[in-house]
Design a protein around this ligand. Sequence first.
Ligand code: FAD
Length: 402
Amino acid sequence: SRRVVIVGAGMAGVQTAVALREQGFTGSITLIGAEPHQPYDRPPLSKAVLLGTAEGSAFDVDFEALSVDLQLGREASGLRPQAHELDTPAGPVAYDVLVIATGAEPLALPGTEGVPGVHLLRTLDDAERLRPVLQRQHDIVVVGAGWIGAEFATAAREAGCAVTVVEAADRPLPGALPAEVTAPMTDWYAQSGAELLTDARVASVEPGTVVLADGRRLAAGAVVVGIGARPATRWLAGSGIALGADGSITADERLRTSLPDVYAVGDCASFPSGRYGQRLLVHHWDNALQGPRTVAANVIGADAGRPAEPGEIYDPVPYFWSEQFGRFVQYAGHHGGAGTLVRRGDPAGASWSVLWLRDGVLVALLAVGRPRDLAQGRRLIESGARLDERRAADPAVPLKAA
Ligand code: FAD
């Protein structure tokens, strides 16, 4: 019977194992993960786990009952596709089908790698190192006002730390959302008591101090860097697998890679979106939940040798959420190329949404404290529904197709 080997025991790797069994796969499944910990969920690391209100976030999955051979603390160091083998320090691992789910690694601030007191936030070990830092209520400097920076700043303020956020762009979330939408978010920092410095660049980090390019010096008992992440694909050098300029494994619409019998899913892989007409690299949890179902269907379908079924093509409406400064922020879709922006509610208020329309069709939506808008909007995006702009702008009227 067939041996499936999955590399990376994060959300995408674990869900691939679960989906294979759910869909009836009876061959052997080996799940190899570099981290020594029982596989866990990452979103709580910048929230409850960081604040110590939750001990951990291990997945509630019984690997033994699923007859999944879980090999933790084992890192894949290379891939030899002709031999159908992975290399690890403990020796090679043979596969019939390989699923790569090695996720992403956070970008370090150049020049600060290994500097004491400078932290990244990606793993459980990172969160456990940062928990006592918060408890000491130091002055904390956060570099980057992205999703991780905003969530970390939120937790640090909650813990009573003095927080300064240094952002190179002129606004928060510069890579993710357009200026007209993020403008109200600037105030969230001040309301929480954090200081947001925009158009500000870190020149160097000295013990206890962050020095900015314009000469300003910021007291920093600790520095937390949240400037993005790149796919963890360096270990694939020399394997011949096709990678994009962003380091992602360029999978096809069935999440197959350029190598035979090798799939890729989650934060490490990009895929062509038929829906949005471009290749997407998505670094969000929902993608690591949905993608594995497509991979499992294709692994099983390839055995059966029948034509593609709908579940075997991956074309999701991307979705994510963030909890920051007491607000629940959710986003669905992809707003690139949308012509019209419709606001629902006052962005200075506690809850509001923004809709993006292209030729009258809803393509993306941002909801702040309006989970019902998100749920309704997400379905409308999925079905390609047209909206009546005037009605959609009234926050008292539920979102409905025109
Ligand atoms: P990962 O979770 O990165 O898992 C990959 C695993 O593979 C890792 O355990 C890694 O150690 C292992 N690995 C890497 N290389 C190798 C190798 N060579 N051999 C063996 N193992 C290897 N998304 C949201 O939508 N909402 C949120 O609120 C949210 N909050 C987040 C908060 C934090 C602090 C972080 C870090 C992420 C957050 N995300 C959030 C993003 C979400 O967690 C990721 O999109 C998701 O974890 C991706 O899952 P993955 O399995 O693809 O990758």
